[in-house]
Design a protein around this ligand. Structure first.
Ligand code: GLN
Length: 485
């Protein structure tokens, strides 16, 4: 019998299209598995079982009539930072614990019009601030490869659920690495599209100049299929880019002969685990065997400043974006002795410690007298980082780096040391700072713990990085391994 819980989207679609399986059967299998593993994995904030079965019945109706596309009737999980009409959207924060949005995010409209089956909303670091899902106000998600370890973050619930057979695919959001780092930690595929490629309408804002929504999937083909559905212009997001979207599945040719790949030395940072570096070296060799031209002369000298730049810009934007949670407009509201008292207590009780830390950092960096020294300086270095990438892409089609310097760490290991936690995203943050697309794909294991390989492309070259990722995937078996749970 086919293992329904490890099917990719395209495998599920073939069975659904061929009437060998119904969406109702598939959805029930996932709901049963969610019930079985959730007590240990804790990837879901909300399970929408009744809605999923209703959507599955509708999808079956469409499929029976010969209609439907690749995503029709395939179960999906959505990060709880993406607004879902009529379904609670919490951002894993007490502030929004009971918020039910009256509208859908653009990506939700697109997926619904393609016959999605919504299994629920996934756990995350509160307001997407973190790298381990330990900052969720509700509970920590566990890594299916080792339940004592973190799944990464902030899209940790989405990544863990894809790996644990709790959904076929998921959406996450990535501000500094939050799709790619958990994808690497859970051995699934995760892509952050070019800034502007996917609409942010209905994505609860963290740092608006860095945020992008993207897919978490079991293979590269699925990543292309989800990108086909969610990418495209939306007039409700002023940074959304007009123009046609390619069919990303056209890029899936296992031929990368002559492709020029750069390996920037700056990404092999101090403190990197030697086994991770070794796995990335092996992956680079594999790319060469496949005909890619690999060069190591590429240098991105401002890379070491990316972390500092990120932790000025992201908190600054967050402090402005989170000002709206005042207990008046929406979400949690504390009734205090006066208006000011209500506002203060609402924010004191509604936000967790990491969110407060970011608001304080951002407010400080933007305050009169410090603005030039911090925020303006960070914006200048941001331009330098972007220019260095531009220069590198004159010579290379893509850059190859590790996704993270280490394998998944233990739950509790870094919670008391924010700086250590921040360092887990050193390899992913420069990509958001420059607005580039990047993908993380499974590239090996150390003692049963996953390693992710990151491929970075020039703006709007999602097809190129999908192609390289696909060629590597076809030549390796890492993506076929599943954790035992
Ligand atoms: N870990 C980074 C942070 O805490 C990135 C998070 C993200 O991409 N949303 O800000």
């Amino acid at each position: 019998m086919t293992d329904l819980l490890s099917l990719t989207i395209h495998e599920a679609h073939d069975l659904l299209k061929g009437r060998q399986l119904t969406s109702a059967e598939l959805t029930r299998a996932y709901l049963e598995n969610i019930e079985r593993v959730e007590p240990r994995i804790k990837a879901f904030v909300t399970v929408t079982g009744d809605l999923a079965l209703q959507q599955a019945a509708e999808a079956d109706h469409v499929l029976a009539g010969g209609g439907g596309g690749p995503l029709t009737g395939v179960p999906a999980l959505i990060k709880d930072v993406i607004c879902t009409k009529g379904v609670r959207t919490t951002c894993s924060s007490k502030m929004l614990e009971n918020l039910v949005p009256p509208y859908d995010a653009d990506v939700m409209e697109r997926l619904k019009s393609r016959g999605m089956v919504l299994l629920g909303k996934s756990n995350m670091d509160e307001f997407a601030m973190g790298s381990s899902t330990e900052n969720s106000a509700f509970f920590t998600t566990h890594n299916p490869w080792d339940e004592a370890r973190v799944p990464g973050g902030s899209s940790g619930g989405s990544a863990a659920a894809v790996a644990a057979g709790e959904t076929v695919y998921a959406l996450g959001s990535d501000t500094g690495g939050s799709i790619r780092q958990p994808a690497g930690f859970c051995s699934v595929v995760g892509m952050k599209p070019t800034y502007g490629r996917v609409s942010r309408y209905g994505l609860v804002a963290f740092a608006s100049s860095l945020d992008q929504i993207g897919p978490l999937t079991r293979d590269v083909t699925d990543c292309a299929l989800v990108m086909n559905a969610i990418a495209g212009y939306d007039r409700r997001d002023s940074t959304s880019v007009p123009g046609p979207v390619p069919d990303y599945t056209q890029a899936l040719l296992p031929d990368i002969r002559g492709i020029r790949l750069g390996v920037p030395g700056e990404y092999f940072v101090e403190g990197m685990q030697p086994e991770v570096a070794a796995a990335i070296e092996a992956a680079i060799k594999k790319m060469e065997e496949l005909g890619a031209k690999v060069e190591r002369e590429v240098s991105l000298p401002s890379t070491p400043y990316a972390l500092a730049v990120y932790y000025i810009i992201a908190p600054s934007e967050a402090s402005a974006n989170l000002a709206r949670y005042d207990g008046v407009k929406y979400g949690f509201s504390y009734q205090g002795a006066s208006m000011w008292d209500s506002m203060e207590k609402t924010r004191e009780y509604g936000f967790g410690p990491e969110v407060k830390r970011r608001i304080m950092l951002g407010t400080y960096a933007l305050s009169a007298g410090y603005y030039d020294a911090y925020y303006l300086k960070a914006q200048k270095v941001r331009t330098l980082i972007r220019r260095e990438f531009d220069r590198a892409f004159e010579k290379y089609d893509a850059l190859i780096t590790p996704t993270s310097p280490t394998v998944p760490f233990k739950i509790g290991e870094k919670v008391d040391d924010p700086l250590q936690m921040y360092l887990s995203d050193v390899c992913t943050m420069p990509v958001n700072i420059a607005g580039l697309p990047a993908i993380s794909i499974p590239a090996g294991f150390v003692d049963g713990l996953p390693i992710g390989l990151q491929i970075i492309g020039k703006p709007f070259s999602e097809e190129t990085i999908l192609k390289i990722a696909y060629a590597y995937e076809q030549a390796t078996e890492w993506h076929k391994r599943r954790p035992k749970i």
